[in-house]
Design a protein around this ligand. Structure first.
Ligand SMILES: Nc1nc2c(ncn2[C@@H]2O[C@H](COP(=O)(O)OP(=O)(O)OP(=O)(O)O)[C@@H](O)[C@H]2O)c(=O)[nH]1
Ligand SMILES: [Mg+2]
Length: 243
């Protein structure tokens, strides 16, 4: 090795320390990888949407919140009931009025034991879908409890929507459509009967909610600085109840 170093010196290439080809190649590869990683991160950080809306699904366990979301995000349905543990989310970007809107949709567990964790997600929500099951009277009776939760934990100006899900099960219906319409009217909120299974009104409900939010959103575009995907996330500029 010493000999080679000496001979390079002699050849006038002494400023370039001895480096076997394999080492040089590895160095070049790692530099390329580094550059590729930087480019990939830059690409990911690049804004691919104009606005970010944070939505939340709430309602009793088993009413079909996860299925409603799964139908909207993946156009799929699962008959197996796998109760949500705590909280989950899906992302879907839609285009409304020429704007790319990234919907970050949080799916909460309906089980009471997750109440503390799920209510902590209300604060940053710009839209809340409150779901009941038209074949389950209890889930309808609990609507007032869920609305109280919204009043207590969500932003003042959160956009609310009521969904009566499983409307494909007409033979098992217990809650008349008129009752859903009435309670929604009393609280000044929109109402749809939906079916995640038969894909009825699912997309319409999400797009309507997004449109309603868009209508009252100040023209402030999402940037990496004003978007927060933690529990209190959403596009900033929204009033919150606390400080
Ligand atoms: N027939 C019918 N069944 C549905 C529909 N939506 C959901 N289900 C069924 O209802 C059950 C519960 O659905 P989930 O979406 O897991 O309920 P959830 O509200 O997310 O429940 P938690 O996660 O415990 O809060 C599953 O067996 C689904 O297949 C629907 O539109 N029609
Ligand atoms: Mg669920």
């Amino acid at each position: 090795m010493e000999h080679r170093w000496w001979s390079l010196k002699k050849e006038g290439r002494a400023e370039e320390p001895f480096c076997p080809d394999s080492v040089r190649e590895r160095k070049r590869d790692s530099k390329n990888n580094e550059q590729q990683s930087v480019e990939r991160i830059a690409q990911m950080a690049k804004k691919t949407y104009d606005l970010l809306f944070k939505l939340l699904l709430i309602g009793d366990s088993g009413v079909g919140k996860t299925c409603v979301l799964f139908r909207f995000s993946d156009d799929a349905f699962n008959t197996t009931f796998i109760s949500t543990i705590g909280i989950d989310f899906k992302i879907k970007t839609v285009e409304l009025q020429g704007k790319k809107i990234k919907l970050q949709i949080w799916d909460t567990a309906g089980q009471e034991r997750f109440h503390t964790i799920t209510t902590s997600y209300y604060r940053g929500a710009m839209g809340i879908m409150l779901v009941y099951d038209i074949t389950n009277a209890k889930s309808f009776e609990n609507i007032s409890k869920w609305l109280r939760n919204i009043d207590e934990h969500a932003n003042e100006d959160v956009e609310r929507m009521l969904l009566g899900n499983k409307c494909d099960m007409e033979d098992k219906r217990i809650v008349p459509k008129a009752k859903g319409e009435q309670i929604a009217k009393e609280h000044g909120i929109r109402f749809f009967e939906t079916s995640a299974k038969a894909n009825i009104n699912i997309e319409k409900a999400f797009l309507t909610l997004a449109e309603d939010i868009l209508r009252k959103t100040p023209v402030k575009e999402a940037t990496s600085e004003n978007v927060d995907i933690s529990t209190g996330g959403g596009v900033t500029g929204w009033k919150t109840k606390c400080c």
